[in-house]
Ligand binder design. Sequence first.
Ligand code: FES
Length: 167
Amino acid sequence: MSEIITRRAFLSNMWVWGAGLMGAAGAWTSWDLLQPIDTGGFGGQIRGAPVDAVPTDAEVLTIPGARAYLTTINGEITALYWKCTHLGCRVPWCDTSGQFECPCHGSVFNRAGDYRAGPAPRGLDRFPIEIQDGIVLIDTSTIIEGPPPGGEVIDEPPKGPPCVEEA
Ligand code: FES
C-alpha cells in the first residue's frame, strides 16, 4: 500500500529538511571557526624558506614573518632575531659591510649575530629551527639569548663601508 503525499505535506517536509540543513551548516561553520588554528604568525612556528634558499656564503635571507634572518654559520642554518639586544630596535643587514648595524645607537653584530661594537649587552638572540620536507621552520615562540661579547664564532671582518655612520 503506497502512501500518497500531498503537495502541502511535501512542501512542509522540504521546509523542515531545509531548516535542518541550514542549522547543520551553521553549526559546522561555528565549530570550524572556533577550532584553534596554526596561524603561522610571530610567536609560533613560521615557515622560513626552502633549505636551498638559505645563503651559504656571506649573506643573509630576511624572513619578515619571523622577524628573523637566516644564514649559514659553520655549515649550520641559523635564525637570528632582528631585535637589537640593546633597546629593541630592528637591526638591518648592511650589504656593504656584511654586518648587522643598529640604526638607533650603533651596535654592530657580525653575520653570526655575535656582538662587535656598541651598547648592546650581547649578540643577537636566536630562534630554534627545524627542517621539515626541505623547509626551514623557525620557532619564534622560543628565544635563545645571544652570546656574550668576546666570542665571535666566525672570522668575517667588515667587507666594506658601513651603512650606519658612527656618531
Ligand atoms: Fe640597537 Fe640601541 S637599540 S644599539
